[in-house]
Design a protein around this ligand. Structure first.
Ligand code: NDP
Length: 334
C-alpha cells in the first residue's frame, strides 16, 4: 500500500517535510470489511485543520498516522455479505492511501447514474454539495427576493450555494479571487453579480450590487471580506458560518470581526455548522441536488490533479485559489 503519513504539524503553509508517502504491505482483510482502491481523493480546506492540533470538531490526525480524507474507490476485495468486489463506494472518512480497508457498514455504494461522472459524488452530490444545501436551506432559509452573498463563491461549496440560492429566487452575489472565476459565476452559474476581491474594493462593490442590503451571508472565508458583509446585513438576516479559510494557515489568532456589533443591531442569526451533523439527512439533500442536476439547474466544475504523490503539494491550490470547483486527486483510473 501507499499512505501519506503526517510527520509533523505544519507551521503556516504545508511544507514537503510535513508528510511522507510510506509504502507498506497490505494485511489480512478483517471479517465484515472491504478493501477499497482509491479512484478519487477529496482535497479539502479542513485537511489543513486536521493537521494542526487546534481544538476542532474532530481530533487532530496523530503524528505518525495516515492523513485523514474522503475518497471514492472501487472494492477490490470484500468480506462483507452485501457488498461485492467491483462496487464503487464512497469511503466516508478514510486515509490518503491507495488502498483503505474499511468496515463494509461504513461505506456507501454509489449508484450508476447515466451521464453523471463519478466526480459529481464529490461535488454537488458529495459532502461539499451537502454543506451548501443544508447550510443554506436549514440555516440561511432563503426566501424569494432576498439578497444572498457567498464568499469563496467559485469553490466547491460556494458555487453550489449560489445556484441553490438562485433556485430559491434570491438575488445572488458571489465574491471570488479572479476575473475568470467571476465570469464563470455570472455567465455559467447564473449569479446576478460577482466581485473580484483581489481587484475591487469589496465594501464599495457590495454597496453597488446589494442596494437593498444583505439578507443572507453564507460565510466561507472570514477576515476583511466577512467584515464588509456583516456591515451590510439587514434586520433579521441569517449567517450560516461554514468556514474561515483565510485564517487556516495563520500562526496567530485573527483579529476582528470589527463590525460584530451589527449582528446585534440587525438581530442576525449566526450559526456555525459542521456537515457531519447532517449525515442522516444526506439522502434528502442528494435527492434534491440530483433532481436539480437532471433539470440542468446546477453547473459544477471539478479541478483534477493527477497522482497520489501530488496530494500534499496540491492542497495549496485551495489556499492560493487555483481551483475552480471541487479539488480532487485522481489516484487510479475509473
Ligand atoms: P473551495 O473549493 O471553495 O476552495 C477554497 C477557496 O477559498 C479557494 O479556491 C479560494 O478562492 C478561497 N480562498 C482561499 N484563501 C482565501 C482568502 N485568504 N481569502 C478569500 N478567499 C480565499 O473549498 P471548499 O468549497 O471545500 O470550502 C469552502 C469553505 O467551506 C472553507 O472555508 C471550508 O473550510 C468550508 N467547509 C465547511 C464545511 C462544514 O462542514 N462547515 C464543509 C466543507 C467546507 P478565491 O480564488 O476566490 O480566493
Amino acid at each position: 500500500n501507499q499512505t501519506w503519513v503526517l510527520r509533523q504539524r505544519p507551521v503556516g503553509d504545508i511544507k514537503d517535510t510535513d508528510l511522507e508517502l510510506v509504502e507498506s504491505p497490505l494485511g489480512e482483510l478483517a471479517d465484515g470489511s472491504v478493501r477499497v482502491k482509491t479512484i478519487y481523493l477529496s482535497l479539502d480546506p479542513t485537511n489543513r485543520i486536521w493537521m494542526s492540533d487546534a481544538d476542532a470538531y474532530l481530533p487532530p490526525v496523530g503524528i505518525g498516522e495516515g492523513m485523514r480524507g474522503g475518497s471514492i474507490g472501487v472494492v477490490t476485495q470484500s468480506n462483507h455479505l452485501l457488498i461485492q468486489a467491483g462496487a464503487i463506494v464512497n469511503t466516508g472518512l478514510s486515509q490518503w492511501a491507495l488502498y483503505n480497508d474499511i468496515p463494509g457498514d461504513m461505506v456507501n455504494v454509489l449508484p450508476d447514474i447515466p451521464g453523471l461522472p463519478l466526480t459529481a459524488f464529490m461535488g454537488p452530490l458529495g459532502a461539499t454539495g451537502m454543506t451548501a444545501y443544508f447550510g443554506l436551506t436549514d440555516i440561511g432559509k432563503p426566501q424569494a427576493g432576498e439578497t444572498l452573498v457567498v464568499s469563496a463563491a467559485a469553490g466547491a461549496v460556494g458555487s453550489m450555494v449560489g445556484q441553490i440560492g438562485k433556485i430559491h429566487g434570491c438575488r445572488v452575489v458571489g465574491i471570488a479571487g479572479s476575473d475568470d472565476k467571476c465570469q464563470w459565476l455570472t455567465e455559467t452559474a447564473g449569479f446576478d453579480a460577482a466581485i473580484n476581491y483581489k481587484r475591487e474594493n469589496v465594501a464599495e462593490a457590495l454597496d453597488r450590487h446589494c442596494p437593498d442590503g444583505i439578507d443572507i451571508n453564507f460565510e466561507n472565508v472570514g477576515g476583511e471580506i466577512m467584515d464588509a458583509v456583516i456591515a451590510r446585513l439587514n434586520d433579521f438576516s441569517r449567517m450560516p458560518l461554514c468556514g474561515l479559510i483565510s485564517s487556516y494557515n495563520d500562526t496567530e489568532a485573527t483579529p476582528g470581526p470589527y463590525n460584530f456589533a451589527n449582528l446585534l443591531m440587525r438581530r442576525t442569526l449566526l450559526k456555525g455548522f459542521i456537515i457531519l451533523d447532517y449525515l442522516d439527512r444526506f439522502p434528502e439533500g442528494m435527492q434534491a441536488m440530483a433532481a436539480w442536476l437532471a433539470e440542468g439547474k446546477i453547473h459544477y466544475e471539478t479541478d483534477i490533479v493527477e497522482g497520489l504523490e501530488n496530494a500534499p503539494s496540491s492542497l495549496e491550490r485551495l489556499f492560493s485559489g487555483k481551483n475552480l470547483g471541487k479539488l480532487v486527486v485522481r489516484v487510479s483510473q475509473e
